[in-house]
Design a protein around this ligand. Structure first.
Ligand SMILES: Nc1ncnc2c1ncn2[C@@H]1O[C@H](COP(=O)(O)OP(=O)(O)OP(=O)(O)O)[C@@H](O)[C@H]1O
Ligand SMILES: C[C@@](O)(CCOP(=O)(O)O)CC(=O)O
Length: 457
């Protein structure tokens, strides 16, 4: 029996406060979901009568050569083995570890339900334009929404909005919703979201080859929130897809059954509020940093000088908590607004981040970012700015008054701003541009598959 088409989308992210701290369960991060989403549509493959396929095809039509075909086969232990098929023997395999891993994890999870009905399917990935810089991009005829970037994915310049986490989350949700009956998986319920979270975290960690803090997957599922990570050992003891017993293990981990531990992730949504009349702005700086190298160095310094690091960590956590509390107070207050306390929260966070940069000798808020954020903060209507996530030369995030005048003044500043960045030890000049994204409270959601008919034809 063929399944009905489904569509699901999940938001991108920015870690406004709590970079590095959030890697440790003793601390939390303030993560914004963004209105740039990754959309997944799953539908039946229409085959000629008599031809039988065991194939799931995944296409990302905004990029060149972005098609991945997988054959699937049931194993004797009840799990599912997937193999990538080569479309063109001369081209070799064009691997996409995030898609392949998310598919393997989702199908093995599905295989553990009674009478799973896995049939051939076509899956389409559509990313909102702001995930990538748009030079050379064009809108598809008939579509005003998704750009054709005209390059292979490997050449697309990412803007750091968490494409892989939004992709793995929406892809996993789409595959589960497509193949499982509502009684087994329903995205609109708390338990459905919890299981999606657990499965997407497991797949994302496996695909990236490390257990990170998971704030990106958490915000893709739950939207903007205060986040405390799960204990990393939840994900360090299972086997890999294709090995005997994997399906049962992943089922136990995700559903927290058969002796598997409970996930201790904390998602606090009611402590996270954006005051009306304010908004988040994201600015892309065209000189990227190497996040993994920075994380390693900061953690090595913390290990070497625990007392020095812990004092800064404690100050930063207090400052971050202060920012969340002040945003909530403003959101719940009535009458005229006074932003003095909010501005002080940003100053306090930035001071602690600069101390962390200096002590660890990692350019988390390097001097060129300090000048840029200072210039932004001098504009009326800008309430504060930070280097988000791991920091470095990548991006800045601002909280501003939500009006045209502030946005226009910022754009004028960026038009002439010459950013001094660094690449491989050399000084380079970069440009700053404002992305069109803003914050969004909602996480993963079911969409109407008919809306994407133009793009998936
Ligand atoms: N539109 C897409 N179609 C198919 N695969 C995609 C798409 N967007 C991202 N991916 C997958 O995600 C990978 C990028 O993940 P990576 O974690 O490096 O970036 P990111 O999540 O955007 O990074 P950051 O954490 O800096 O925001 C790509 O190499 C590809 O495998
Ligand atoms: C440094 C870290 O805390 C945040 C990295 O954030 P981003 O990838 O720069 O958005 C790492 C993590 O939380 O996994």
């Amino acid at each position: 029996m063929a399944h009905t088409p489904v569509a699901v989308s999940a938001p991108g992210k920015v870690l406004l406060a709590g970079g590095y701290l959030v890697l440790d369960r003793a601390h939390t991060g303030l993560v914004f979901g963004l209105d740039a989403r990754i959309h997944i549509v799953a539908q039946p493959i229409h085959t000629t009568p008599g031809v039988s396929l065991n194939e799931i095809t995944v296409t990302s039509p905004q990029f060149v050569n972005a098609v991945w075909e997988y054959g699937y086969r049931r194993q004797s232990d009840g799990g599912i083995n997937i193999t990538q098929l080569s479309i063109d023997a001369d081209l070799g395999l064009n691997k996409n570890p995030f898609i392949e891993t998310a598919l393997a994890y989702a199908l093995n999870y599905i295989a553990t339900t009674s009478s799973p009905n896995i049939t051939p399917a076509a899956v389409t990935i559509l990313a909102d334009n702001d995930y990538y810089s748009t030079s050379g991009a064009a809108t598809e005829p008939g579509s005003t929404r998704f750009y054709n970037f005209r390059v292979p994915l490997s050449q697309a310049h990412k803007t750091g909005l968490g494409s892989s986490a939004a992709l793995v989350t929406s892809f996993t949700a789409a595959i589960l919703s497509y193949y499982l009956p509502k009684e087994s998986f329903d995205l609109s319920t708390d338990i459905g979201k919890r299981r999606l979270h657990n499965l997407a975290q497991a797949a994302h960690c496996a695909a990236q080859g490390k257990v990170g803090s998971g704030f990106d997957v958490a915000s893709a599922v739950y939207g903007s929130c205060l986040y405390r990570r799960f204990s990393p050992n939840l994900l360090t003891n299972h086997t890999e897809p294709g090995t005997v017993g994997f399906a049962k293990q992943i089922k136990a981990i995700v559903d927290e059954v058969d002796g598997a531990p409970k996930w201790d992730t904390e998602i606090r949504k009611n402590e996270f509020k954006v005051p009306s009349g304010l908004r988040l702005v994201m600015c892309d700086v065209s000189c990227g940093s190497q996040t993994p190298g920075m994380v390693k160095k900061v953690l090595a310094w913390r290990k070497e000088k625990p007392d020095e690091a812990d004092t800064i960590w404690a100050e930063l956590q207090n400052a971050n908590d202060g920012l969340a509390a002040e945003m909530k107070t403003l959101a719940e207050s009535q009458g005229t607004r006074d932003y003095t306390a909010l501005k002080k929260c940003f100053t306090r966070i930035r001071t602690a981040i600069r101390t962390m940069s200096e002590k660890s000798d990692v350019p988390i808020e390097p001097p060129s970012q300090t000048s840029l954020i200072d210039a932004c903060e001098a504009i009326p209507g800008v309430l504060g700015g930070v280097v988000p996530g791991a920091g470095g030369y990548d991006a800045i995030s601002l909280i501003i008054e939500d009006n045209q005048a502030t946005v226009q003044t910022l754009n004028k500043l960026f038009a002439h701003w010459k950013f001094k960045g660094e690449a491989n030890g050399d000084e380079i000049e970069g440009k700053v541009s404002m992305l069109r994204v803003r914050e969004e409270m909602e996480g993963v959601r079911v969409e109407d598959a008919k809306v994407y008919v133009q793009e998936i034809a």
